[in-house]
Design a protein around this ligand. Structure first.
Ligand code: DOR
Ligand code: ZN
Length: 430
């Protein structure tokens, strides 16, 4: 089965072209290409063709959290959001701190087949921050784990973090740190600032993030290791990253869509849908996130897609779990915050949603150019679409989207993974 995409504009540049996808590759690019009976034709008039999106940070909740999301529902959300590969965080139950669990996640992802699911292995046993997990066994397993993280928790012990970074070099892996000094955030409920003070919520200082990032950059520098900083949220973290990168440290960073758009002003509603870790910060921080993503100090967008069941969110603020859905709204939030104001063009979108995350995650077959001979792993985007977000209509099992009722620009029309259409016009293809 071949696919013929008619009249798409790769990277939103130049005249529209036809792309013929065959045997998993982009076989031909030209104009007036013909389809035979066995070819699915996609009319892509007005659409932008981009390399498939890669998300370095999702929570698929399986095993153990299937009341919030499963690998199947999360994969559907990913495909509908334009993603062709996702990295599934290990804070499941049981924790993905060993090869049995990472292989299960990997195989289940392959079985569902909508998106490449790459399990992230835990850095420490049980995410407890006390003993290193068997990173080598997870790396050597069929899942080929190349990213390790205790996400949800910070690897707080500097000696343990140093060891993890040292081992990672031999495994050609990256350590993704959830940078949060727990000693500074114990009991914290909201970004430490005027809003938290007015609402009477215990403050979460930005320094809890900045200090860990500064420390980890020094440790990564000494180990010659690759450090990835998860969900950067503070303007001053950007300056730490800028200095470390300028000094040649192997550090990369991601920002979540919600930290590009939302601020702690949203907290006045007391709606726990806005509770997230790290917390929503100030307008100055979101502005800094946008600038850093434009100038490359922040390498990529990662959703931190964090589904939660109703009982974890429909409760009082302090009891609610942190986290927001992100997979199906990421592109639209990025277009709204970065493309519309002129901070990023479609080449830039390809860079931050596909090329850079594929490089950081070590994926050879993703984030490739839209060119003949390359994998047919693509996302077709309607740049002129407008839609209203409704949590109940999202493919995720959970509905904790902070964008409920918001009108957002741009929509994913089709997603193609190695020549197979995985989503089209809002429906997944099983
Ligand atoms: O908001 C968050 N939710 N931040 C994290 O680091 C973990 C995540 C989760 O697992 O729900
Ligand atoms: Zn995290």
């Amino acid at each position: 089965m071949s696919v013929l995409i008619k009249n798409a504009r790769p990277y939103g540049e130049g005249e529209p072209v036809d792309l013929l996808l065959r045997d998993g590759l982009i076989a031909e690019i030209g104009s007036g290409l013909d389809a035979d009976d066995d070819t699915e034709v996609i009319d892509a008039d007005g659409l932008v063709a981009l390399p498939g999106f890669v998300d370095l940070h999702v929570h698929l909740r399986e095993p153990g959290g299937e009341d919030a999301e499963t690998i199947e529902t999360g994969s559907a959300a990913a495909a509908l959001g334009g993603f062709t590969a996702v990295f599934a965080m290990p804070n499941t139950d049981p924790v993905a701190d060993n090869a049995v669990v990472t292989e299960h996640v990997y195989r289940r992802g392959a079985e569902v087949g909508l998106v490449d699911v790459h399990p992230v292995g835990a850095v420490t046993v049980g995410l407890a921050g006390e003993r290193l997990a068997e990173l080598g066994t997870m790396a050597a397993s069929a899942a080929g784990v190349r990213m390790f993280s205790d996400d949800g928790h910070c690897v707080h012990d500097p000696l343990l973090m140093r060891r993890a970074l040292e081992y990672s070099t031999a495994l050609d892996a990256v350590i993704a740190q959830h940078a949060e000094d727990h000693r500074l955030t114990d009991g914290a409920q909201a970004h430490e600032g005027v809003v938290a003070a007015r609402l009477g919520l215990a403050g979460w200082p930005a320094a809890a993030e900045e200090t860990i990032v500064a420390r980890d950059c020094a440790l990564a520098r000494d180990a010659g290791a690759a450090l990835h900083v998860c969900h950067v949220s503070s303007a001053r973290t950007v300056e730490v990253l800028r200095a470390a990168k300028a000094a040649g440290t192997r550090v990369t960073a991601e920002v979540a869509p919600h930290h590009l758009l939302l601020t702690d002003a949203a907290l006045t509603s007391y709606d726990p849908v806005n509770k997230v870790n790290p917390p929503l910060r100030t307008g100055a921080d979101t502005a800094a996130m946008r600038r850093a993503l434009a100038d490359g100090v922040i390498d990529c967008v990662a959703t931190d897609h964090a589904p939660h069941p109703p009982q974890a969110k429909d409760c009082e603020w302090a009891a609610a779990r942190p986290g927001m859905l992100g997979l199906e709204t990421a592109l639209s939030v990025l277009v709204h915050t970065m493309v519309e104001p002129g901070l990023l063009d479609w080449r830039g979108v390809a860079r931050v949603l596909s090329e850079r995350p594929a490089e950081i995650g070590g994926l050879a077959g993703q984030g490739r150019p839209v060119e003949v001979g390359e994998p047919a792993t693509l996302t077709l985007v309607d740049p002129d679409a407008q839609w209203t977000v409704r949590g109940a209509r999202l493919a995720s099992l959970a509905d904790n989207t902070p964008y409920e009722g918001m009108r957002l620009p741009a929509r994913v029309v089709a997603t193609v993974l190695r020549g197979r259409v995985t989503a089209r016009d809002g429906e997944v293809r099983k």
